[in-house]
Design a protein around this ligand. Structure first.
Ligand SMILES: O=C(O)C(=O)C[C@]1(C(=O)O)C=C[C@@H](O)C=C1
Length: 418
């Protein structure tokens, strides 16, 4: 079959959204069998972490602004042991995020899915698995920040798991320096936060003249929770105003991110892709590799540029299937090339012919190609000064308005979402 025809047939259409032609079948056409990666639970993202006992929560206020996610009392983060394919209850969309209540990821879940039930997970991988095993309907995960850069772990997990990107959401991130009531800045010896939180405030921390060590923990709100639970009077957390409220901390400094327009981009993941459309701006995310490594990159970029398709993001990660390629030259020795997976986001919908043609061409000179998702761009108005204020209802996850394949027996119905 000609590649273009194969592509047009393989990407989900209105027809297959009705269940007559599943995306699962088409997806295999896009992937070389050697590149299929298995899912297994991996160790936590930070090797050096602090234990964080759970603390009860109940304040409904995200990062200084009203949240629409419901946070049950005494909610403990989901761990890998909690994951079993048990039936869901209730009609609201259950959205998995990494962290504890008060984390920015929780705010992103609320922005993406108004009135959702936000489910905290102790690792990114658990959030992926929660959706795969029907414990959650969606996962909302950070992929990049305007100051701290890419969240590499999630790029690797996107490849290892079979979920589809169904949307994106940009969350302005407004950091505060939090400590127990009565603690003065001069008494601090340590600042703890998520590595991204530390990275996003590095220059400001230095400017404040604090004589503190930095320590990475699992998430920003978890840092606040840890200080409260252990009554640490020499330690401050970088976290949201909502985390201060939840865990009873005081705000020593407000807005300590190095750039006022600090923003994190999150992607929404689902078990099924959405039907791509052309009536609003769409983005498509792909990942590809080639045995000849980086030499293919120029061709891929040309295939997009030739069709006037703009790139919004490019990322490379080690190709874990084949990390090194050795090239022997009898005369000079052995060259050792690192192998990469390339991730690209571009501004076009897979419903557009130009995107289909571009990917047909890309398919011809890559050994592995996977469409991670084609989804509406977050076009909500930009207001960095208002921190994490969000217009929850202005965002739409189109997957909620499409026909969604039935759940296995015993699973409840789809919630309202965005
Ligand atoms: O720690 C949190 O609060 C998170 O939600 C995680 C996270 C991230 O992984 O980048 C999300 C947004 C901010 O960039 C800081 C941290």
């Amino acid at each position: 079959m000609k590649a273009a025809a194969q592509l047009a047939r393989s990407y989900p259409s209105e027809q297959n959204a009705q269940g007559t032609d599943t995306y699962e079948t088409s997806r295999t056409e896009w992937q070389s069998s050697s590149a299929i990666l298995t899912s297994k639970v991996v160790s936590q993202e930070q090797s050096e972490t602090l234990p964080m006992p759970p603390v009860s929560v109940g304040v409904d206020h995200v990062n200084g602004h009203n949240s629409t996610a419901r946070v049950p009392h005494h909610q403990k983060p989901l761990t890998v042991n909690d994951l079993s394919p048990t039936p869901m209850h209730g009609s609201n969309l259950r959205v998995a995020y990494q962290g504890v209540p008060g984390a920015y990821s929780e705010a992103a879940a609320a922005k993406a899915y108004h009135n959702c039930e936000a489910i905290p997970c102790d690792q990114f991988e658990v959030a992926f698995q929660a959706v795969e095993l029907w414990t959650a309907d969606r996962a909302v995960l950070p992929v990049e920040n305007s100051l701290g850069g890419s969240i590499h772990r999630n790029y690797d997990l996107l490849l290892r798991h079979r979920l589809h990107i169904v949307g994106e959401v940009h969350l302005p991130v407004h950091h505060c320096l939090l400590a127990l009531p009565g603690v003065r800045k001069e008494l601090l010896t340590r600042v703890i936060s998520h590595p991204q939180g530390l990275a996003q405030c590095e220059r400001t921390l230095t400017k404040l003249g604090l004589n503190v060590s930095r320590k990475a923990v699992e998430d920003t709100a978890g840092a606040a929770e840890f200080i409260a639970a252990n009554n640490l009077r020499d330690t401050a957390a970088i976290a949201s105003a909502r985390a201060a409220e939840i865990y009873g901390l005081e705000i020593l400094e407000d807005g300590i991110q190095d750039d006022a327009s600090n923003v994190t981009r999150f992607v929404m993941l689902a078990r099924e892709p959405i039907v791509p459309r052309t009536d609003r701006p769409f983005k498509t995310s792909i990942v590809f590799a080639h045995e000849k490594g980086t030499s293919v990159l120029f061709k891929v970029l040309s295939a997009l540029a030739f069709r006037d398709i703009s790139l919004t993001k490019i990322e490379s990660r080690p190709n874990h299937n084949r990390p090194i390629r050795l090239v022997d030259d009898a005369n000079v020795g052995t060259a050792k090339h690192f192998e990469y997976m390339f991730y690209i986001d571009f501004e076009a919908s897979m419903a557009e012919t130009r995107a289909q043609n571009a990917l047909s061409e890309v398919q011809e000179f890559t050994s592995f190609l996977r469409v991670l998702g084609s989804y509406p761009m977050d076009m909500t108005p930009w207001s960095p000064s208002s921190s994490t204020s969000h217009t929850a209802s202005s965002y739409t996850d189109l997957s909620l308005s499409q026909t969604i394949p039935p759940r296995p027996t015993g699973i409840g119905k789809e919630g309202p979402g965005g």
